[in-house]
Structures are given as C-alpha cells and as structure tokens.
Design a protein around this ligand. Structure first.
Ligand SMILES: *Cc1c(COP(=O)(O)O)cnc(C)c1O
Ligand SMILES: [Zn+2]
Length: 410
C-alpha cells in the first residue's frame, strides 16, 4: 500500500493553502477547502488493478482518502454499491444503456454514509469528539450511526418535518437530536451560533473538507465498474452538490494518475421544482446561486435553498456540457413507483427525480438513445414512507371479485 499522500488542503475559491493534520472548517474567504494529494507518488505504488483485490467498500480507495492511520477508519461497509442495468425502464424512456447505481444499499440507506464514514474517521484521527451537524435528514442519520460506531458525540439539528426514518434512526443511535421549526439553513445558523460555547466541531456539508472525499468514491467506483471508462452522462440529484463536486474531483485525480483519459460525462444536476437554486443560476448564467425562498419538496435531500458549493457544482455542470433540470414532486413520486414496478428497486424521491429528468432530456433530444447513462439513486425509498404513502392509502375499499383493497374475512 502507498504511504499517506495528503500534501495540503487548498481553498476552492482563493487557492490559499492550509496544512493537513489539523482541524479545519472554511477558508477565511468563506470558500470550502479541498484535499490535495501527491498523486505522482501514489501512482508509483498503486495502480487501477489493485482496488479489485482490496476490501469491498469505498476504503479500497484508501490511498486517495485522507486518513493517515488505517486504525482510525470508522467503517460500516459503505460503498461498492451495485451498478445495475435497468433495461425495462431504459426501453420505456428511450435509453438503450440506462444504469442505476443503487446508493440505497449503503449503511443508513443513503450515500451520506460515504461522506460521514470519511469525516468521522478524520475526527477520530484529529481527536475531535463532540460533533455537530445541521441536516436535511440523511446526513444526520449517517452521522449518528458513525458517531455511535466511533464512540463519539453527535449533536444533530434538523427540520421538524424531516422524514420519520431520519428522526427515529438518530434517536436510536443515541444522538442528541434537536428539531427546528425551519429549514436546513436555519439549522446551520443555530449550529454556527452555538458551536464555540459548546466546543463542537461542525461537520456540516463542505464546512469540513472530508465528507467530499468520502463522496468522491462514487466517481472512482463507477469508473472501476465500467472497466475504467466513464459513462457519457451522469444524473445526480443535487442538494448541497457535494456528490457532484466530489465525483468531478475524482475524475481529475484519476486522470492525473493516468487511470482514465480527459473525456468527461455530461453532468446533469437534478433538483426539485420547489427548491431549484442551481437550475435558476444556470439559466441566469450566474456563477453562484441565490437563496431559494420557501423551499419545499418531498425530496428532503434536495431541500437546500442556498448550497455552499454552488460555484463548484455550476462549474462542473458547465465544463462537462451538462445541464440542470427541476422535477415536480408529483412527477417524482410517479417516476419512483413506476421504476420500482419495472426494476425491483425502490428509489428515494431524489433518485426517482433523476429517472423523470432522464425521460425528459431524452424526449427533448438533449440526450441520445445510445448515450451510456448512469443515474445515482442516492437513497432507499424505505426512508421516505410518508412521501410514498400518500399514493397508497391502506383503507382503500376493495372491489368485489377483484384483488386488492381492504377486506374483512368471513
Ligand atoms: C443529501 C442527499 C442528496 C443531495 O446530496 P448532495 O451531494 O449534497 O447534493 C441527494 N439525495 C439524497 C437521498 C440525499 O440524502
Ligand atoms: Zn479562500
């Protein structure tokens, strides 16, 4: 195995350099920090054939992850999720090569496990034991689980109306949970105001540099699973945008190590109609987004009115020749149910929105039938029973002689 290869951290906005090995949040200029590696050194002792015989989790990419000592890794088996060919849905929407990477199979039922496995491991390494997070839901569940696994404290602030699954999970994992009558932006403000007095380390999206490193493994994996060739198109449900930024970073790292060429997939940022700051910014030709007022959607992970990483997300979308598109909640739930019945995969609304978005972009001619498309289903539908249950009332009356409905046995 190659030795520890982090060289320093670099501000994504002003390029100021910060040393590795100490705790960081944002740059003084407000920019998120990115971890840089000595990839020339890494590639001398590590090749793209090696991960195949490494552990079947995202930690198979440890040489490009920030943990110095493997003893500090807090893992629940996250990553290496299946990349499934979904040809029945593909055929219906006119896509000859449609694949879905099922992140719903991660610990805590969403890809947030990747980010928090990496971030909590780094907290262990840096001696940070009191962690705090504002979350739209799934990040809280993942922090609560990894904090429990690491034996450290999790202080969670989330909107009062988060899915029931997130609230119950966090409580079960033993986290301190505070519900906020507001949005994730309000939760973020509260953590910011209280952290100094409480001695908390803030582990919120992009405000610490390591969640993105965990999430970037989605990019390494898709390359490995496709024989080191990237797809033509990637659909990513974009809330904070971390997964998108992380994958974009992973592609650059892989190219620097000579693992892939310079070709990139079109990156498609999928948002909800009720909260689409990135779509609006792209349409306006802006470099950053504006706060989306009264954000509302069943896709809890997409309810981020002003993502901190908007600049990097927009850059990846533009440089890749991709686009951003918003889907209504109604179309999202419809797409999720149809997809489940066609493919046997019960997607989170965030993932389902991508199916609806793909259908539209193919119909509009933005994508071609032969494009190789990968959709990230970022979570399991099981975490969103309230959203889906509106379509399936249990007390629907049965019809005589037909299957279904509620009946009383004689
Ligand atoms: C958090 C979340 C997202 C958005 O992720 P980002 O990487 O922050 O854009 C999408 N889907 C689900 C299920 C999520 O939990
Ligand atoms: Zn800076």
């Amino acid at each position: 195995m190659p030795q520890y290869s982090v060289t320093y951290l670099e501000c994504s906005v002003c390029t100021k350099i910060f040393p590795a090995g100490v705790a960081h949040n944002l740059c003084d200029c407000g920019g998120p920090l990115l971890v840089r590696y000595n990839l020339d050194q890494v590639k001398e002792s590590w090749s793209r054939d090696i991960p195949a015989s490494a552990p079947n989790s995202m930690w198979r990419y440890a040489p490009v992850l920030p943990v110095a000592s493997t003893a500090n890794i807090v893992s629940l088996g996250e990553g290496m999720t299946p990349l499934l060919t979904t040809s029945r849905t593909g055929k219906r929407i006119g896509a000859n090569h449609l694949m879905v990477k099922d992140e719903g199979l991660n610990p805590t039922g969403s890809f947030k496990a990747r980010g928090l496995s990496c971030a909590v491991s780094m907290c262990v390494e840096l001696g940070l034991r009191r962690l705090a997070i504002p979350s739209a839901g799934n990040a809280a569940s993942a922090l609560a689980a990894y904090a429990a696994a690491a034996g450290v404290e999790a202080n969670i602030f989330m909107p009062q109306d988060v899915p029931q699954s997130n609230f119950i999970e966090c409580k079960a994992y033993g986290a301190n949970v505070t519900l906020v009558d507001g949005l994730i932006s309000d939760c973020g403000r509260i953590v910011g105001e209280r952290k100094a007095a409480e001695g908390w380390f803030e582990i919120s999206t992009l405000k610490e540099p390591y969640r993105i490193e965990g999430k970037k493994t989605m990019g390494y994996e898709v390359a490995e699973q496709l024989g080191w060739e990237l797809p033509d198109v990637i659909f990513y449900p974009t809330g904070g945008g971390v997964g998108m930024i992380g994958m974009w970073k992973a592609f650059a790292e892989m190219e620097a190590m000579g693992w892939i060429g310079s070709k990139r997939p079109k990156m498609i940022a999928v948002q909800a109609e009720g909260c689409q700051p990135v779509v609006r910014a792209l349409q306006e030709g802006a470099e950053v987004s504006r706060f989306w007022e009264d954000a509302s959607t069943v896709s809890a992970g997409l309810r981020v009115p002003k993502p901190l990483g908007d600049r990097l997300t927009l850059r990846a979308v533009r440089e890749s020749g991709g686009t951003a598109i918003a889907v209504s909640d109604r179309d999202t739930i419809e797409a999720g149910i149809r997809f489940a019945s066609e493919e046997g995969m019960f997607a989170a609304p965030e993932g389902a929105a991508c199916i609806a978005a793909a259908e539209r972009l193919i119909a509009e001619g933005f994508l071609k039938a032969d494009d190789r498309i990968v959709i990230y289903n970022t979570g399991s539908g099981l975490k969103y029973l309230e959203a889906y249950s509106t379509r399936f009332p249990r007390d629907a009356e049965g019809e005589t002689g037909k299957l279904g409905g509620l009946i009383t046995p004689r």
